[in-house]
Design a protein around this ligand. Sequence first.
Ligand code: FAD
Ligand code: NAI
Length: 465
Amino acid sequence: MADYDYDLLVIGAGPGGYVAAIRGAQLGLKTACAEGRETLGGTCLNVGCIPSKALLHASEYFDAAANGAMASMGIKVTPELDLPAMQGQRKDAVSGLTGGIEFLFKKNKVDWLKGYAQFKDAHTVEVGGETKTAKNIVIATGSSVTPLPGVEIDNAGGVVVDSTGALELSAVPKKMVVIGGGVIGLELGSVWRRLGAEVTVVEFLDQLLPGMDMDVRKEASKIFKKQGMTLKLKTKVTGVSVEGKAAKVTVEPAAGGDAEVLDADVVLVAIGRRPNTEGLGLDKIGLELNQRGQIETDHDFGTKVDGVWAIGDVIPGPMLAHKAEDEGIAVAENIAGLTGIVNHDVIPGVVYTQPEIAGVGLTEEAAKEKGKIKTSKFPMLANSRAKTNHEPDGFVKVIADAETDRVLGVWCIASVAGTMIAQAAQAMEFGATSEDIAYTCHAHPTHSEAIKEAAMGIQGKPIHM
Ligand code: FAD
Ligand code: NAI
């Protein structure tokens, strides 16, 4: 048998890769993880989930003080923005967590190979000027921003930026144009709107947040408009020109029509992300990409090449940190001879705006295509805790199979929807019916009671509506 440097070598230390490496080491595999960035944690910890949530959380406090939400509860304050300090706490959050992964690597004896890895053959990579061999190699190289043809992103210039640049702005823009009404556009657009920017979101499709339930998408549009965002749906950007510290964004109806020019001092391009495969040397191992530039795997996360596996944003499925993490655990377990499985039908998605928007399982539209269904919606306005907290917006919707009553999907718009959706995911993972949820005792007064009441709506009637 060939003698390898490692049992497992993971390329990329994002939530997919670092988790795979740690689990591999925990299972007794001699493990290394190659990462080209200066710090571990990938997109999520460095320029994604964590820094965006640091700014979302801080800007939410500012907004509550500035927009009268605190005053309505008897707390009168006039907030003053200290943006450098707000940005400082964002950086502290990132360095604390990326340093934490470095600590975990040392604790679990995972070698960090510093540099960008490139395949030489299916069991050999070159990284940081050295050649390393491994019996198993996991590709976890993640994704990067999809460019908009003809629009040059210049994060250092601070005018036309991607999500990384939008996290690092040193001043609140007066006018911000967001290209793309998806998750990034709405989260980062919300941050800067709360801090005082006039935000216009330009979305090509007829609704925000493609992929989510249509009721949720429509309600989200109403809420963001009420919060002061200008939404230009069914609109395409045909050009962006920059002069000094200002930009002009030319847009026109997606179906064609008169052009309009939008002034902006910051333009955020957020039209999706694409897998990182360039420069990996996949040609050296004969691994081809699918039409979307992704690496295809089987159920075990093995690729067509023996000994080469892939997980996270670089393979098909939602580009989410928790999906990558679960795949990281599963692939390491499969490599170690155990049975690692990810149920891709039950992966929650959360948009961390205020209110939060969350869903798991099928949309009503998709569920209807598969067969007969029952649905029920319960408004947050009728939930005692949300009402008491002055959080009237949103609803919970439960979708169940008409025949078996099995829950097929749950959608929530609520201040804590991201936390609420975990119970729905767990229920679905256990094959719950809407009756199971309706007869589960939920603590009072909690927002989660709205899930129970929506399920009761399928059984007959909720109490509080
Ligand atoms: P990544 O996190 O992208 O990590 C891949 C790593 O591989 C990178 O560090 C890269 O430097 C490294 N790499 C690439 N090529 C090589 C190579 N050849 N050699 C060595 N290293 C290499 N998801 C959520 O679930 N919740 C959120 O709240 C959320 N917020 C987000 C906010 C923003 C602004 C963005 C941009 C993304 C957000 N995401 C969120 C998505 C999430 O960040 C990704 O789904 C997740 O990071 C994917 O994990 P991954 O391990 O597949 O890849
Ligand atoms: P996205 O796919 O969520 O949204 C992109 C939006 O841009 C879509 O609505 C699309 O219709 C629109 N669009 C595409 N081309 C356009 C054009 N030319 N003009 C106008 N609109 C156009 O992608 P986004 O927001 O860039 O996020 C990338 C990924 O990062 C997502 O897949 C998401 O899963 C992940 N992410 C997750 C977060 C979370 O879980 N909270 C937060 C941020 C990102």
